[in-house]
Structures are given as C-alpha cells and as structure tokens.
Design a protein around this ligand. Structure first.
Ligand code: ATP
Length: 385
C-alpha cells in the first residue's frame, strides 16, 4: 500500500514546497546540472538520492581520494543520528575499482580491525537509481570517528610528545589483528557481529591477501571498547581495500623450517611496522629504504632503532617492542615471526601490562591515567574528528 501511494504523495509534497519557496531552485534543480561522479556534484546527487529513501541524509563531503569520493551520511532513524561513510567512484572508469573493493570487503565481514561494510549497491556505471539521481555502485561503511593514523602522527610530532609504551603495545596488537584478518579472512555474512581476529593452528592460513595500499591515511581509529585491548586506546582499523589482492600462499620453508605462510603477506606486516617506527622516531615522511642493519644474524630495515646512539635517542622504548619491530622488518620475510606467536605474545603483554612493569623513571608516564590523558589529547579530542 505504502509503495503504491508513495509516488503521488511525494509529488504533492514537492509542488507545495516549490510554491512556498516561490518556485526558486534548490537541490532539486541543482542535481540535474552537476555530474554525480565529480566532487562538485556529490552533495546535490546524494542529498536527492537519500531524500527519497528516508534512511540516511547527506552531511558533508569528506574527501576525494585516488579513485573515490567519500562523504559523511547521517542515519535519520537514530537519535542522536548515527554516522556512516559513503564511498563512490570518482569517475566512470573507476567504477570497477569500487566493485573490487566491495568484493574484498565481503571477505572481511565480521573482522573487528577491518572497516565494516554496512551495505553496498553494485551497479554498472550508467545504471541509475529509480529516482534517476545516482548512477553506479556505492559502499556504505561504518564511520570511524577518531581520525587517521596520519593525523595522529602529525599531532604527536608537532607536540614532540613521547608516546607511552602501553599505547604502542595496543596499536601493535591492533596491527597484528589486521594481519591475522588478512590471513584468516572471516568470510562472514552481511551484518555479522564483529569478532577479534584469531589465528587457527589447526587449519593453517587460509589466504595471503595483500592490502597493497597500507599508508597512514588508510589506518583509522574507531572508538574505545569493552575488550581489555581497547579499553584505554581506541581500536585501529584498516580502510580502503580498492587495491587489495589475493596472492599465492608462500610455500617455501622459513630459515628455521617453519612454513613461511604463517607470517601472512609480508607487505602487510612490514607496512604496519613502519608506521610504528615513524611514530616512535617522529619521522614525518617515508622512512629511508635499503638501510638494513644486522641484528642477531639477520638483516632488519628498522635501522633507526639499531643506531649506535639508540639508547640515548629512545631511552624510554620497551626493549621488547624494539625487537618485535625489528623482527617485522627483517629483509628476508622468512625470518619474520609468525602471526600465531606474535598474537599470543602481544595479547599476553597487553592484557597484563601496568606501569609497574617499567623502570621507576618511566612509571609516571605509563600509568593508566597518563595513558588516558595521552589518548584523550592526541586521539579522542583531536580537531577534525
Ligand atoms: N569508514 C570511514 N570513517 C571515517 N572516515 C573515513 C572512512 N573511510 C574513509 N574515510 C575518510 O576518507 C578518506 C579517503 O578514504 P579512502 O582511502 O577509502 O578513499 P580513496 O579514494 O581510496 O583515497 P586514497 O586513494 O587517498 O587512499 C580517508 O583518508 C578518511 O579520511
């Protein structure tokens, strides 16, 4: 019944509105003049599209990236309105990239450290919605409210703030969970409840997915959560799966005889370890490559943490973190630690760490209060979130 009468009711409302405004043009007229694939046309087309549906409304354009336009939506059914992100192709010829991203994200449904797809529409570039406003596919994503890792790094460097070790440990655990998620994809169903990513010693890795675009703008902070690993530091999640690729599992045995597939795709771990290294060393731009140093008989690219004056430069850094980051950046990926071991070891540390585990001179900066104050200032209260 509702759908049957919907059309005529809508038409009546529209003509009333025009009368009230003296026939002046609004978004209704604007959208026809603009290109839905250009940032300039996004507002008009999305406003119009979602007005007809009544579930979301357009809030603002967030950005136009390599191939996509990203905009903020508000869920009109919730109070206060829940936010969501819509991602569309920037040009018609980029529609296939967006479809690849839809396919990738389907594999990670329910994976806590990978951005979740709330819904999607998979259409060819020219096919529009019934109201004629919005051609092509789109993805609606969970909104991650606490900004990118890139913005976080910039704030830390600007304030010359020493990052508490407990914050580094929590982020490291999030990053390991990301790598686990890319190696044991959940392949859940739409709307699947999020779960922390787990390895499976029984089944062994089921995929070797390379994200292929793991830069700092593609790691974002979500909210604080009840799990112990996210109770002081918000969850970090990976976004933007437009370039992700499944590759062959790595069958060659590692130096010690263990199958190297247990490390996941080496490009993921290395890219994430580099982000932690930049945070520790306040490095604003890309780290130099091919600067490997020897550590315990293997070459690592984490040279900054092996510099002769490292203890003067980073006297506060937990030695175990230094070794893990060095291990994740070894030149021969077969010498890297396994995800299984990393997950167990890091989870154990994060679940039990307290300020008393640090030397007396560091304890004040590692209390729960100090960690909370740091997180509040550099992540939760940050401008632009
Ligand atoms: N789920 C999200 N929650 C909040 N902001 C988001 C979300 N997804 C994307 N953004 C914002 O939009 C920006 C661009 O998103 P994304 O990287 O997915 O698009 P892109 O077109 O592939 O961009 P690029 O090529 O620059 O990486 C992000 O850096 C972030 O600021």
């Amino acid at each position: 019944m509702r759908a049957f009468f919907g059309l005529s009711l809508k038409k009546k409302k529209k003509s009333k509105r025009k009368k009230r405004r003296g026939g002046s043009s609004d978004d209704d007229a604007e959208w026809k003049k603009t290109d839905p694939y250009l940032p300039s046309g996004v507002k008009a087309h999305l406003t119009r599209h979602f007005r007809g549906r009544g579930d979301y409304k357009f809030n603002r354009l967030v950005g136009a990236g390599g191939y996509g336009i990203v905009a903020l939506l508000e869920d009109t059914a919730t109070n206060p309105p829940k936010r969501a992100i819509i991602k569309r192709a920037l040009r018609k010829d980029m529609v296939d990239d967006l479809r690849d991203e839809i396919e990738s994200l389907k594999r990670f449904r329910g994976s806590a450290h990978i951005v979740q797809m709330v819904s999607y529409r998979d259409r060819s570039a020219n096919k529009t919605s019934s109201d004629g406003t919005l051609p092509g596919p789109y993805i609606i994503l969970d909104y991650l409210e606490n900004g990118t890792f890139k913005d976080f790094l910039e704030r830390v460097i600007q304030a010359k703030a020493q990052v508490p070790n407990r914050v580094l440990w929590s982020i490291l655990l999030c990053f390991i969970r990301v790598c686990v998620g890319l190696t044991w994809p959940t392949r859940g169903v739409q709307g699947q409840q999020e779960q922390l990513e787990q390895t499976s010693a029984v089944r062994g890795p089921t995929a070797a997915i390379a994200h292929n675009d793991l830069h700092m703008g593609n790691v974002m902070f979500g909210s604080l959560r009840p799990e112990v690993e996210h109770s002081l530091v918000p969850i970090a999640k990976v976004i933007d799966f437009g370039a992700a690729q499944s590759s062959e599992l790595y069958p060659e045995p590692a130096a010690g005889g263990a199958p190297s597939i247990w490390q996941g795709h080496p490009s993921n771990t290395e890219a994430l370890a580099r982000m932690l290294l930049r945070l520790i060393t306040w490095t604003p731009g890309a780290l130099p490559r091919n600067t490997a140093v020897m550590s315990n008989g293997v070459e690592t690219e984490a040279a900054l943490l092996w510099a002769p004056d490292k203890y003067q430069r980073y006297p506060w850094l937990d030695e175990r973190l230094r070794l893990i980051i060095g291990g994740l950046m070894t030149r021969d990926y077969r010498n890297r630690p396994t995800l299984e071991g990393l997950l167990q070891g890091t989870l154990q540390v994060v679940s039990n760490l307290s300020s008393r585990d640090f030397p007396t001179r560091l304890q004040q900066g590692e209390t729960s209060q100090a960690v909370m104050a740091f997180v509040q200032r550099f992540i939760l209260d940050a401008e632009g979130n």
